[in-house]
Design a protein around this ligand. Structure first.
Ligand SMILES: [Zn+2]
Length: 264
């Protein structure tokens, strides 16, 4: 059985760099480089490369890194790159030793079964996401359910996502069209913008519900599908995804047609 998360409990020790994924293993700092530098990870053409694939040692014994960026990096990405390179500075490889895996929970870094069981039990294994209930329930039209699914998966083409995909016409134009002050991310547009906040507040007042909006769409969807402490009716399960869809249509009216549909 593979348990997501337990993989985080091992740390691969860099030796010759031939068995450690540059982006997907923990070898610099406390988390994967793809999590520390998500923008750079998306831009790299070597997302599955080993460390040894990403750099060569020059005659001075210093590493020269080639992380597989074929496109021009914008100012923000360049800052991220310089931060990453400073993390990598001084990293050298010992070609005479193979990479090894260490268990992070013991002083001697050696895995034991007892320790493994303790860590596994600490995970809430029963709390798996019920996608059938949250997204694909029969009360929501398929088109809207697919859209809802895309919001959770981070696939809706808001400006932040377009920036990652290098599809933003003007890379400096990444602000939310409603508040003009925050980057238009999925969580901001649908949950945290003052505009979307007005819409949710009106909805909660209508239903006489008191709720603090969660930090991201997945948490929002989990709590919404559970009825926020009420009995989740068919109608209630429909309202959340439909509101997200209506917000997206309104956003597109603003971005493409300049039509401002105010929430108040
Ligand atoms: Zn906004």
């Amino acid at each position: 059985m593979e348990v997501e998360g337990v993989k985080e409990e091992v740390k691969k020790m860099k030796q010759d760099g031939t068995k450690i994924s540059f982006w997907n293993d923990i070898w610099v700092g406390v988390s994967k480089l793809k999590d520390q530098f998500p923008s750079l990870f998306r831009l790299s053409s070597k997302r599955n490369g080993w460390i040894a694939d990403m750099g060569v040692c020059n005659e001075n014994g210093l590493m020269e890194w080639d992380l597989g960026f074929s496109n021009y990096l914008n100012e923000y990405e360049n800052i991220q790159l310089q931060t990453l390179l400073s993390l990598l500075s001084g990293k050298v490889f010992d070609r005479s030793k193979e990479d090894v895996i260490q268990w992070v929970h013991s002083v001697d870094k050696v895995f034991t079964v007892a320790e493994g069981i303790r860590v596994m039990l600490s995970y809430n294994l029963v709390n798996e996401v019920d996608w059938l209930n949250i997204v694909w329930n029969k009360f929501v039209p398929t088109k809207i359910a697919i859209f809802h699914w895309q919001t959770i998966q981070g696939g809706v083409p808001v400006k932040e996502v377009l920036g990652y995909r290098r599809c933003l016409r003007d890379i400096t134009d990444d602000k939310c069209g409603w508040c003009l002050s925050h980057v238009e991310s999925i969580d901001h547009l649908f949950l945290h913008c003052s505009w979307s906040h007005k819409i949710w507040s009106a909805l909660f007042n209508w239903w006489n519900v008191c709720w603090i909006i969660p930090s991201n769409i997945l948490e929002f969807s989990l709590e919404w599908s559970n009825g926020l402490g009420m009995k989740a009716s068919k109608f209630w399960k429909l309202i959340g995804p439909v509101t997200l869809w209506a917000m997206w249509l309104a956003r597109n009216e603003l971005v493409f047609n300049g039509v401002y549909l105010c929430g108040s």
